[in-house]
Write a protein that binds this ligand. Structure first.
Ligand code: GTP
Ligand code: MG
Length: 197
């Protein structure tokens, strides 16, 4: 699946401009700067199709990418410390919330968490929302190259424990580094099961 060409095909600032659903969709959500766009690039090995940046808040629209005829990958705008006016930030958050709770065809949300910082209030809010909407999601710990392996393992265990009684979560927590490539292959294996065959 991940050998297919990644092609950008739609961007949406409002839900009325979401493209029609025709493929299984996997979305990447999480705080600003957590590494969503980088992970999409690493998974597909197609650097540059998805834009990344040091500046939090680069992705300001919901961006839809086709992975050949198999799957749609969706890069969501990050929540948290974007360099934007309060009302603009709120509009993005509402858009993300609407997307994850209502989108037909959405098969999985990958909720990215920075290994170093762990889960924050906004992450919990999104989790609660997905639980209510019965949207399947899984937790991805990112930037594992920035902390000691023992701390990565400890963080993963802590999160798995805290989500133990949730119904829509897909366990276990996946640990990746887009920089070193660690965990990328196993995440591909997990996500490939969602693709159309
Ligand atoms: P927004 O679009 O602002 O929400 O950010 P994003 O979540 O898409 O993050 P992005 O992929 O643009 O990455 C943000 C920064 O983190 C960039 O400077 C990346 O180079 C860096 N980064 C991403 N993945 C990794 C990683 O695995 N390890 C390290 N050390 N840095 C990473
Ligand atoms: Mg981004």
């Amino acid at each position: 699946v991940f050998r297919n060409k990644l092609e950008f095909f739609a961007a949406a600032k409002v839900s009325s401009s979401f493209p029609p659903v025709d493929l299984p969709e996997i979305a990447f959500a999480g705080r600003s700067n957590v590494g969503k766009s980088s992970l999409l690039n690493a998974l597909t090995r197609q650097w540059g199709v998805v834009r990344t940046s040091d500046k939090p808040g680069l992705t300001q629209t919901i961006n839809f990418f086709k992975l050949g005829p198999k799957m749609c990958m969706v890069d969501l705008p990050g929540y948290g410390f974007a360099y934007a006016k309060e009302e603009v930030k709120e509009a993005w958050e509402e858009l993300v919330k609407e997307y994850v709770s209502t989108r037909l065809g959405l098969k999985r949300v990958c909720l990215l968490i920075d290994t170093k910082w762990g889960m924050k209030q906004r992450d919990h809010e999104l989790i609660d929302l997905m639980e209510r909407a019965q949207t399947k999601y899984q937790i991805i710990l990112t930037k594992t190259d920035t902390v000691f392996p023992i701390d990565v393992a400890r963080r993963a265990m802590q999160i798995e424990e805290s989500l133990k009684s949730n119904k829509s979560v897909v366990q276990p927590v996946v640990m990746v580094s887009s920089k070193s490539g660690a965990g990328i292959r196993s995440l591909r294996t997990v996500l490939a099961k969602i693709a159309r065959f």
